[in-house]
Design a protein around this ligand. Structure first.
Ligand code: KMH
Ligand code: ZN
Length: 287
């Protein structure tokens, strides 16, 4: 496959686990990790299964999404103490979170933060990411030495990433890692063809890319990404069906299957040290 990007084909696979998200309720999915204790248990199990990064949405004591600093900082600190995972905080939050509050996520000093490159319809809701917000988040992440992961839901988001780099230079660390979030109702479809079209258009500054398929696009997008040299994101934020009629009971199951497939494809899972080098994150480990 040819590509204008320098991301190339990777010899090993970065697996990111997105264990919780902001959309599912604890009532409907009691196995969703929402407490700090459950989060640490999940992170530890997923690291052992081959994950090297965790994409975090935090819940409060009522299991509802929160951007409260105390909760975010406690989660970042606990995961640093008890795992070696690269800790990425979501700045997307939930569709109901105000933009100003989404910027305060950086106060919790994560290794990485998500940065979605444009507004998108999100089911019946709108996930708001106007240029001013993206731009502020980009610059604040540079200043605080936090590495953004660019979440691309659509081809237009690839174009917006070009504008961010042209306007503000490279992110902290000098690497550009993107994650294609496919099959969101309102974004690009979760098909190999759509994924490959987007990969072809990546700016040459992109050094690595990953992909995830929401819901039933989970497996086709995983297989397409692996075969094209991409990395993987899995987790209950994106998919709660393990197989027909079989609900995911623990995020570890999704990481284990992704790691197995990566191994079969001769692209074994990446260590957390290698993930840090790939992403250019600052080493903030405390253990
Ligand atoms: N929860 C979605 C509205 C991100 O984490 O940055 C946004 C989202 C993307 O999950
Ligand atoms: Zn998220």
């Amino acid at each position: 496959m040819s590509s204008t990007s320098s991301a190339g084909s990777a010899a090993s696979t970065l697996i990111t686990v997105a264990p919780t998200g902001a959309e599912l309720s604890k009532e409907d999915f009691p196995q969703l990790p929402t407490t700090l204790e459950e989060l640490v248990e999940t992170a530890t199990a997923c690291e052992a299964a081959g994950a090297a990064m965790i994409h975090l949405h935090i819940r409060d004591t009522d299991h509802r999404p929160t951007l409260d600093h105390g909760y975010l900082k406690a989660a970042v600190d606990a995961l640093r103490e008890q795992t070696s995972l690269v800790v990425q905080l979501s700045t997307g939050g939930s569709v109901h979170d105000p933009l100003e509050q989404r910027l305060t996520v950086l106060d919790a000093e994560p290794d990485s933060c998500s940065l979605t490159c444009g507004t998108t319809n999100f089911g019946d809701d709108v996930f708001l990411n106007p240029w001013g917000f993206m731009s502020d988040l980009y610059v604040q992440a540079q200043e605080r030495e936090v590495v953004p992961e660019f979440e691309l839901f659509d081809l237009g988001h690839v174009h917006a990433l070009r504008r961010l780099i042209d306007t503000h230079g490279l992110p902290f660390g000098g690497k550009v890692h993107v994650d294609f979030v496919t099959n969101v109702p309102g974004g690009m479809p979760g098909s190999p063809a759509a994924l490959m079209a987007a990969v072809q258009l990546l700016p040459p500054e992109v050094t690595s890319w990953a992909a995830t398929g929401i819901g039933r696009a989970h497996l086709p997008v995983m297989a397409a990404a692996l075969s094209a040299g991409g990395h993987l994101r899995v987790g209950m934020e994106d998919n709660v069906v393990f197989a027909r009629g079989q609900q995911v009971q623990h995020n570890r199951e999704l990481v284990e299957r992704a790691a197995h497939l990566a191994q079969v494809m001769q692209r074994p899972t990446m260590s957390t040290d290698d993930a840090r080098a790939l992403l250019g994150v600052k080493d903030r480990r405390t253990r």
